[in-house]
Design a protein around this ligand. Structure first.
Ligand code: COA
Length: 561
């Protein structure tokens, strides 16, 4: 077994490239051609393969090191028959020997080939891209009519080991593109026709496959690539990952072109956490922008930020809070640890976000429901045989619809700088289930009577308890009621169900002495707790809303007005 040095092979015109990733570690058993490190310039990224199979004894580079042709990457104890070249050359010639298969080693973003017809437009061809054959065009960065500069990237090509941008060897106006996404190209293939402006290309008669160092020596990509423009606020959330979902779960290098890598590095975006929406999951510049936006808006966290958050604290450090207390509870007595049901975890995350992001204020009030309850009880008695049961919740929904119509801001949602006022009245109600809180929705409550609403709430609450609610039955609410009336309590602070802007909490009605101006009267009083989003609603509106709701509940005929 011989100790061999694995060196950076011929990497074309790159004088120095940075090591950006180590793919193996000492002690690893490697195969010939297995990638050892990834290097990157501003124009290309490539993986440097092992020339021998064997065991990595030592890595001679670390992340950030600059390497060039001949730099020693690693010492490998070569396994006997794995290599035909016991002492690999620093710069193995292509086709020579068995050493350095170099698929990734010679992307050689050397001079872009260029040909110029007599007086006609200039031909821009694929330059020497080393041993790569049939590399796929994965991105077209320009379009006919574009003014382009010398060295401006025209297309991105990619193999399994490297991606590189093919630059223009001439300045001018792009007349015609000769390739499209998905095409396979080789050295010398025609990429584009450019109507020259002169002075761009240094090589008057370029070869389809120019030798390195010769000719125009277009240093591959130079100017900033044609960047997809920043998208508006409505970018699809595809790239906005929850923090623990890496784009490259197998630990491989994220699939992105060099310019996108550079862009991500400049922003400090961990590329492995960005989900690519390009072909084969490739990460585009837009994906990086969308990820950045989602982190900035708080919709996603980087893994690094999440890792800093103590378990159970939900990232309080982002708010400048001290860490969540970490207590060994078993020290103080016996404990049992239980996995929380999925629904509880989901609703916890939603409630936490809503509590943190919405400036809540809660107004408490009482409604006199003496007559309403008497009416409800009487109706239920009369209709007992028919199996019809009117519930307080049904009346509350109708009363809320009337109040929402009078105070439309309560039936709205914030969307950026705009308020979306809804002309429909879908009322959600909190249902207590063995698995946690669920919020089914009564659609078009304004068009339904109290009987129908009572029937539907009973059906939906049953479905909720059985875990049979469909997503459609839980979506679209414009306002929510959380009723603890059947359980007890006086007042509480319900958390708004985003993106709604208000929620009504109701507790158990009680007979109380109410002063009528002359004497105390026994009245059945219903405690109301209205939480509202102070960004949309102010205290006066909330007080009016509750007062109006109270009037309706006190005299339900007002619903008709
Ligand atoms: N005051 C006094 N009694 C009330 C009342 C109120 N505000 N609301 C209901 N009741 C009574 C009912 O009349 C009923 O009594 P009855 O059987 O003698 O007629 C009893 O309480 C049970 O009512 P309930 O089962 O709660 O039915 P409902 O239609 O009022 O409510 C749900 C249905 C789905 C809302 C309810 O079952 C539920 O899950 N509530 C919990 C919601 C929750 O957890 N909210 C907290 C979120 S943070």
């Amino acid at each position: 077994m011989a100790l061999v040095e694995v060196k950076v092979p011929d990497i074309g015109d790159f004088s120095e490239v940075a090591v950006i990733e180590l793919l193996v570690k000492p002690g690893d058993t490697i195969k010939a051609e297995q990638s050892l490190v990834t290097v990157e310039s501003d124009k290309a990224s490539m993986e440097i393969p092992a020339s021998h199979a064997g065991v990595v004894k030592e890595l001679k580079v670390k992340i950030g090191d600059k390497v060039k042709e001949g730099s020693v990457i690693a010492l490998v104890e070569a396994a006997g028959a794995a290599s035909g070249s016991p002492s690999p050359q620093p710069s193995p010639q292509r086709g020579e020997g068995a050493a350095a298969p170099a698929p990734a080693s010679s992307p050689s973003p050397a001079p872009a080939g260029e040909g110029r017809g007599e007086g006609g437009p200039i031909e821009v061809r694929v330059p020497d891209i080393g041993d790569f054959k049939d590399v796929a065009v994965i991105e077209v960065l320009v379009k006919p009519g574009d003014a382009i500069k010398v060295e401006q990237s025209l297309i991105t090509v990619e193999s399994d080991k490297a991606s590189m941008e093919i630059p223009s060897s001439a300045a001018g106006v792009l007349k015609e593109l000769k390739v499209k996404v998905g095409d396979k190209v080789n050295i010398g293939d025609l990429v584009a026709m450019v109507t020259g402006m002169g002075g761009g290309a240094a090589s008057p008669s370029p070869q389809p496959s120019p030798q390195r160092g010769e000719g125009a020596a277009a240093p591959a990509r130079a100017e900033a690539p044609v960047a997809p423009q920043a998208t508006g606020d409505r970018t699809p959330p595809t790239a906005a990952l929850p923090p623990h979902e890496p784009a490259s779960p197998n630990g491989s290098l994220p699939h992105a072109s060099p310019s996108v890598r550079k862009f991500a590095r400049e922003l400090g975006v961990p590329l492995e956490e960005v989900r690519g929406t390009g072909p084969k999951g490739r990460i585009t510049q837009e994906d990086v922008q969308t990820f950045t936006k989602s982190v900035m808006s708080g919709d996603a966290r980087t893994k690094a930020a999440a890792a800093k958050a103590p378990a159970g604290a939900g990232g309080g450090e982002a708010l400048g809070l001290i860490p969540w207390p970490k207590v060994d509870f078993a020290k103080f007595g016996p404990v049992e640890r239980k996995e929380r049901p999925r629904i509880k975890k989901i609703s916890a995350a939603n409630l936490h976000r809503n509590w943190v992001m919405i400036p809540h204020v809660t107004n408490h009030d009482d409604a006199d429901i003496t007559e309403l309850e008497a009416f409800r009880v009487q109706m239920n008695k009369e209709n007992e045989k028919a199996g019809i049961k009117l519930t307080m919740l049904g009346f509350l929904m109708k009363a809320c619809v009337a109040a929402l119509k009078k105070f439309p801001d309560f039936n709205s949602s914030l969307d950026g700088e705009e308020l979306v006022l809804k002309s429909y009245y879908h009322i959600g109600f909190a249902a207590d289930t063995p698995n946690g809180l669920m919020v089914p929705v009564i659609k078009d409550a304004d068009k339904k009577g109290v009987v129908q609403i009572a029937q539907e709430t009973a059906e939906l609450a049953k479905k909720a308890r059985e875990g049979k609610l469909s997503p459609a039955e839980m979506s679209g609410a414009t306002f929510t009621i959380s009723s603890l009336g059947g359980i007890g309590g006086r007042y509480f602070t319900p958390i708004i169900n985003a993106p709604e802007v208000a929620i009504l909490g109701v507790c158990k009605s009680q007979t109380e002495p109410v002063w009528d101006g002359k004497q105390f009267q026994p009245r059945l009083m219903l405690p109301l707790s209205l939480s509202w989003d102070h960004r949309v609603i102010d205290g006066a509106s909330a007080a009016r809303f509750n007062a109006y709701l109270g009037q309706i509940l006190a005299d339900f005929r007002r619903v008709l007005l």
